[in-house]
Design a protein around this ligand. Structure first.
Ligand code: FBP
Length: 337
């Protein structure tokens, strides 16, 4: 007897998921899902390049320096261009801002209701050594009613709580897209056999107490005393001890924290007295996702999402993870600093 052929579709693509999410969204027009399809298209293109990086002329630095004084990697520039192009075709993206662009860029005049801020390729130091890297994005709406063609800084420098969506893509053993529109955190894996991001996990919840700490201990000597005392505790029998995990790509270290819990720390250091990570396109989107998954993100003094941004490329200390872990860290910071 012939084998039973499965007829019903057993997978949900990210486009379908967004359309379903948007369907019962009071003001949904499909514009948002059209925008997000630009990001997923860019992610597929970048993923294909990253996967073949060793055999394509895309490794190494491009010879230019970005606004942070960092050597731009060829893949940084390629990823930035790819996202810019894919969003440019959408027509509803008014302004983009990127780690690789000194200033925000107006794509469409008053018609573009969205602002997209992104880190095109996070984890640059890992690109050439085949360790997971990623793309991080935050989406805001802009008030086009007072569009005057010049002052788009106000459209870009919006506080983290005004994000209408945020997400990241990890280019790792598989390519995974994770996003939120403020209604839970959902994960999709790129299925190369169908060329689509397929739903892998819906409504992801960060474990409340994971026994992982993730920090670059090479900066130990310039950590604040409270951080040092907290990390010492993590290594005690009383704590477990916790396991140390540090990939050196924020997107990959956060992906693990989202799934396994624990805490990721990038404190202020002597090299980076304001912290190393950027508020607008690293900390804010990560904080929105963490909060939507039941976790929390702070700078040691306040929640990241409550910070008022002052410049596009401003830096911030970042502590993100399980609520109980952040509360424990805060007790050490309050006691020692
Ligand atoms: P970019 O690569 O996008 O500049 O991001 C900064 C970053 O690579 C993060 O992904 C990562 O968490 C951190 O810097 C690693 O810094 P360090 O090498 O100092 O530990």
């Amino acid at each position: 007897m012939a084998a039973e052929i499965a007829t019903e579709k057993t997978f949900v693509t990210v486009q379908e998921h967004i359309l379903t999410q948007q369907r019962d969204h009071p003001t949904a027009t499909g514009a948002f899902s059209w925008l997000l399809s630009g990001i997923t298209l860019a992610a597929r293109i970048i993923s294909a390049k990253v996967r073949r990086a060793g055999i394509l002329e895309v490794l190494g630095d491009a010879g230019d320096v970005n606004v942070h004084g960092e050597q731009q990697q060829k893949l940084d520039i390629l990823a930035n261009k790819t996202i810019e192009q894919c969003l440019g075709y959408r027509g509803n993206v008014g302004i983009i801002a990127s780690e690789e662009l000194d200033e925000p860029k107006v794509l469409t005049g008053s018609s573009g209701k969205y602002v997209v801020i992104f880190d095109p390729l996070d984890g640059s130091s890992n690109i050439d050594v085949n360790v997971s890297v990623g793309t991080i994005f935050a989406i805001f709406e802009r008030d086009t009613s007072n569009f005057n063609g010049i002052d788009h800084v106000a459209d870009v420098l919006q506080g983290g709580r005004r994000q209408v969506a945020a997400g990241y893509v990890v280019y790792g053993s598989s390519t995974v897209l994770t996003y939120t529109t403020g209604r839970g955190v959902h994960m999709f894996t790129l299925d190369p056999t169908v060329g689509s991001f397929v739903l892998a996990q819906e409504n992801v919840v960060m474990p409340t107490n994971g026994k992982y700490f993730s920090v670059n201990e090479g900066n130990w000597n310039s950590f604040a005393r409270g951080i040092q005392e907290y990390l010492k505790w993590c290594k005690t029998e009383e704590a477990g001890p916790y396991s140390a995990r540090y990939i050196g790509s924020l997107v990959a270290d956060f992906h693990r924290t989202l799934l396994r819990g624990g805490i990721f720390l990038y404190p202020a250091t002597a090299k980076a007295p304001q912290g190393k990570l950027r508020l607008m396109y690293e900390a804010n989107p990560i904080a929105f996702l963490a909060e939507q998954a039941g976790g929390i993100a702070t700078d040691g003094k306040q929640e990241i999402l409550d910070k008022t941004p002052h410049s596009l490329h401003e830096r911030t200390p970042l502590f993100v993870g399980s609520k109980s872990e952040l509360a424990r860290l805060q007790r050490y910071l309050d006691e020692w600093d």
